[in-house]
Write a new protein. Structure first.
Lengths: 138, 277
């Protein structure tokens, strides 16, 4: 009986640990979830008078594919981002601190729209925040 | 009821001018307004500069706060200007009520704060700011009677703050540490210094967890000096701040201010509203 209880305890513990050890990619519902999120994000940008002009000369399909792979990669999904680096993409765009934060606001709106939980949102933002230095004012 | 009127005017102004408001920071990251008028928590000035101005914007904010403890109450109203998220200027007017003696003590505080390094969200190291608060009592009679050396004084402080995204079970975690060089007695309301008492270094700290984009719950601590021999004690509070958008914030807190001018166990409530342009 003691052993059974011990096994049950061990099983419960393992179950709990593995539940919380889902990768961010899995918590986003994998590839499909990321595609839905990026589509929401593109829709948010399309409706924003401040940010849309930055995309005047952009190839939206290229941006979509690149951002999906990038998100998949930073959320520990089965992808490796091999696209252009952040500095090359954003050089010459002269993105201000204000507009960078506005894009963050739009990404948060998109994550809200996709009912992504607050804690998963924060962990995604935490992965992306260090990239800011390679994006703004260049 | 004057406070209520000011709050209503503030909120009306904020909503009528919201299209002009600086919006360049992320929601909730400027903090709220502390009792001496600087951007901060309730009792501690933080490293963030007031308002939503980023490096190419300016922001103007107004606030009113009320603290109601066992034997006293404090009303504060003030305003802040943020220039390009580099410099903050603020002015606050405090009115301290002692109902038992039918006395009011008024103090004005003019402050400046300069951001020296970083950004609470994005930089690798915490955001750092230095600040100065110049305080002046309107009528120093009570302060002088209690043994204070001066009726005006200047505090300087260094503050460091950081927001860690998703740090506690996925929730955002904020902390701020401030070191202040001051000889103020109870914020300066009871004057500055005492017999053979000089300025000293005091520690202050705040920490909070964001349970959503709009709601933070946290605690604060502020060390106090005891220049007048009246057993002045350190301050603490437990706060909840609600920042529904970039135009307004509302903060409520439970205060434990210890002994004030000989009266023990000064606990009570705090409410503060800030409007952001």
């Amino acid at each position: 009986m003691k052993n059974v209880l011990f096994l049950l305890f061990l099983f419960t513990l393992t179950a709990c640990t593995s539940a919380s050890k889902l990768s961010l990619y899995q918590q986003l519902d994998g590839q499909k979830g990321i595609e839905r999120l990026v589509d929401s994000f593109i829709n948010q940008i399309g409706n924003d008078d401040t940010i849309l002009p930055y995309f005047t000369h952009a190839n939206v399909a290229h941006f979509r594919a690149g951002f999906i792979t990038h998100l998949c990669s930073i959320t520990n999904g089965p992808c490796e981002y091999k696209g252009d680096n952040m500095v090359d993409i954003h050089t010459g765009m002269h993105i201000s601190e204000r507009d960078f934060n506005r894009v963050v606001d739009l990404l948060i709106n998109a994550m809200d729209e996709q009912h992504i939980s607050h804690s998963v949102q924060n962990q995604i933002l935490a992965k992306m925040a260090p990239l800011r230095a390679e994006i703004i004012n260049i | 009821m004057n406070l209520l009127k000011v709050i209503i005017v503030l909120i009306t102004c904020v909503y009528s001018f919201h299209t002009l408001a600086a919006q360049g920071k992320l929601l909730a990251t400027p903090g709220v307004s502390q009792v001496e008028g600087s951007a901060g928590g309730g009792i501690v000035p933080w490293a963030q500069l007031a308002g939503y101005a980023s490096d190419d914007e300016f922001a103007v904010n107004g606030f009113c706060s009320r603290a109601d403890v066992t034997d006293y109450s404090l009303d504060v109203c003030g305003a802040q200007v943020n220039l390009f998220n580099r410099v903050e200027f603020s002015y606050a007017q405090q009115q301290f009520d002692v109902p038992a003696l039918d006395t009011q003590i008024e103090q004005s505080i003019t402050s400046a704060k300069v951001r020296v390094y970083g950004d609470i969200v994005y930089s690798q190291w915490p955001q750092l700011s230095v600040g100065v608060q110049h305080k002046s009592l309107e009528d120093g009679t009570v302060a002088t009677l209690l043994g204070a050396q001066d009726t005006s004084g200047t505090d300087i402080y260094l503050a460091a703050s950081k927001l860690h995204l998703g740090a506690i079970a996925g929730y955002n975690w904020f902390w701020n540490i401030t070191t202040r060089y001051s000889d103020a007695n109870q914020l300066g309301l009871l004057g500055f210094g005492g017999v053979d008492k000089n300025k000293e270094i005091l520690f202050e700290g705040s920490t909070a967890v964001f349970f959503s984009r709009e709601v933070a719950v946290g605690i604060e601590y502020r060390q106090k000096s005891n220049n007048l021999g009246l057993g002045e004690q350190d301050w603490q509070d437990l706060f909840i701040a609600w920042m529904p958008n970039k135009n307004v914030s509302v903060t409520a807190a439970w205060l434990d201010l210890g002994r004030i001018a000989g009266a023990e166990d000064q606990t009570g409530w705090y409410l503060s509203v800030t409007g952001y342009w």
